[in-house]
Design a protein around this ligand. Sequence first.
Ligand SMILES: [Zn+2]
Length: 281
Amino acid sequence: MPITFPVLKKYYEGPSVRILQMNLNGLNYNYNGLQITGVFDSLTDEVVRDFQAENKLVSDGVVGPVTWNVLLRKVLAIQSKLNSINFNAGSPDGVYGARTTDAVRRFQSVNGLAMSGIVEPRTRQQLFNPNPPDDYSKIPSSTAISALNPYVASLARQFLNLCTQSGLDVTIIVTFRSWYDQDQLFAQGRTQPGAIVTDAEGGDSYHNWGLAFDCAPMTNGVIDWNATDKFIEMGNLGQQVGLEWGGNWTTFNISIVDMPHFQYTFGLNTEQLLNGARPSQ
Ligand SMILES: [Zn+2]
């Protein structure tokens, strides 16, 4: 890197905080209204911790050499890619400045994408994995287990069998969720009425890749959202077969406890999936 950036954390101010915020914003870590102010405020702290968790770094809100390195490399990859396909982003420096934003806008315009200047999921896929043979962005929502990745489907079937054996009547709410439907959910509490229910827009949820499903217990044939004891029992059974349960998301950086949600990620995050990585099965 051409410049060495200082260690940053909450309450720091200055030009390097601006660069931090510009990079997080450009990489689409702005879903709760991150602003480029040069002040490392509480929201910046939250976003940094989320970025660190997503990238398997220590999620402590401290932007030291390791976090800087990951952050700068992600922007460098975008700048190099843009330059290689003749959308001049200037000399790649790892800083998501005006030239990068402008190049992303031109790329989005040519490709019929919203001209935000931010590498949102669809922009990322178009940039790093254009025309995928398995274009998940084109698949409709489903409640079928068969709409899941085959290995995740096998785990879901094992899980549902265990539920039946335990006398739990469980119904599937959604397995694969279309990117369009995910965008509608993301809009809720932001540009549409209601409360915020997700931080993931289309392409950024494991549901959009067939790696997650939501389900709920039934009581007398009716979905029982308040049956916490049944959700917990389901969570335990899901984890027994190797699924990750959303009911365990109680850490500070993932604030939404999501009891109906089960997933299996193969150790991939959605950024890697958008870039073209796929589970081995
Ligand atoms: Zn879910």
